[in-house]
Design a protein around this ligand. Structure first.
Ligand code: ZN
Length: 305
């Protein structure tokens, strides 16, 4: 559970901009023009390729927004601090697949729509992805890292937090998806939107600064998934008994879908512990990479090319 209080003053700015005044017209018009020009560009590209279906880029263009500061703040954006490099524990594994596991996962994947429920978070707890920073520099809103977390308390408790309106920036928090101990999957925030799963954070030397008053985070380009913590780990520090087989199944199925949809490499699945720059996050504790690896391999996710 991580309140992301580093990047959310913009929500207040957005509310101010929504009030009647010339600012709205200017802001809306420039955004609209940008969207139109970008969509136009994409449409041109799509036509060349003979495709009619909106691309992911089109969809992101529809929801991504420009930073709302009217004037660029002085100076340059803060530089991302140097952090430990990421070496994925997921090794490519394309043979020795557990066939019974594969059968089980494929069966669950066919029924995934029924197994998954959507319980949208209150809009104060998430936002749009940004396409430019407050200095007017373009930033890429496409999701390209998956950050794993744990709830620390029960899934119900986490859901209650996300469903509760949080006017104060420091209380706002969300993940895109929660996975319960029983394997239930609850989608809380649309992956095209920006969930507030991490504060001061970076991945592979990259962060996004979306408010000039704060340091950056990975939220603008992250997908956040949180695993329900088992009873013996709730509210405690230190290791616990770990996650259930049903939970790893559900996790692998959600990740399989995200990696394919957003063309993310499995090596970009990481943890909150790794992306956190404050050194205070340890989640997900007691996580078994080999349990995830076996399932991704069984689904063929590790061996697309
Ligand atoms: Zn976390």
């Amino acid at each position: 559970m991580v309140p992301d209080h580093l990047n959310r003053v913009w929500l207040k700015a957005r509310d101010r901009l929504r009030r009647p005044g010339a600012g709205i017209l200017l802001g809306t018009t420039s955004t609209l023009l940008l969207v139109l020009s970008l969509v136009g560009f994409s449409a041109e590209k799509s036509t060349e390729q003979g495709a009619r279906k909106p691309s992911l880029l089109d969809l992101l263009d529809e929801v991504a927004r420009d930073a709302e500061q009217k004037e660029a703040p002085p100076g340059l954006p803060p530089e991302v601090p140097k952090a430990a490099s990421w070496s994925s524990p997921l090794a490519r594994q394309c043979s020795g697949i557990d066939q019974s596991m594969r059968k089980r996962l494929l069966s669950k994947r066919r029924k995934l729509a029924q197994l998954r429920q959507s319980i949208p978070a209150d809009p104060t707890n998430y936002g749009d992805r940004f396409r430019s920073n407050p200095w007017g520099q373009p930033i890429d809103p496409a999701p390209r890292v998956v950050v794993l977390h744990e709830t620390v308390y029960s899934l119900t408790s986490a859901l209650n937090t996300f469903l509760t309106p949080h006017p104060r920036d420091e209380d706002q928090v969300s993940y895109h998806t929660l996975v319960g101990l029983d394997g239930s999957i609850v989608d809380v925030v649309d992956p095209l939107k920006r969930a507030y799963g991490a504060g001061y954070s970076a991945f592979l030397g990259e962060w996004a600064v979306t408010n000039s008053e704060f340091d950056g985070s990975v939220n603008n380009f992250a997908l956040h998934l949180s695993l329900e913590t088992p009873d013996d780990g709730q509210g405690r520090t230190g290791n616990h008994s770990g996650y259930t087989a049903a939970q790893y199944d559900a996790l692998a199925l959600v990740l399989d879908g995200w990696l394919e949809r957003f063309e993310i490499d499995p090596a970009a699945i990481t943890t909150h512990r790794h992306v956190d720059l404050g050194g205070a996050r340890a989640d997900p504790r007691s996580f078994s990479w080999s349990d995830l690896q076996q399932r991704l391999a069984a689904l063929g996710t590790m061996c697309h090319s």
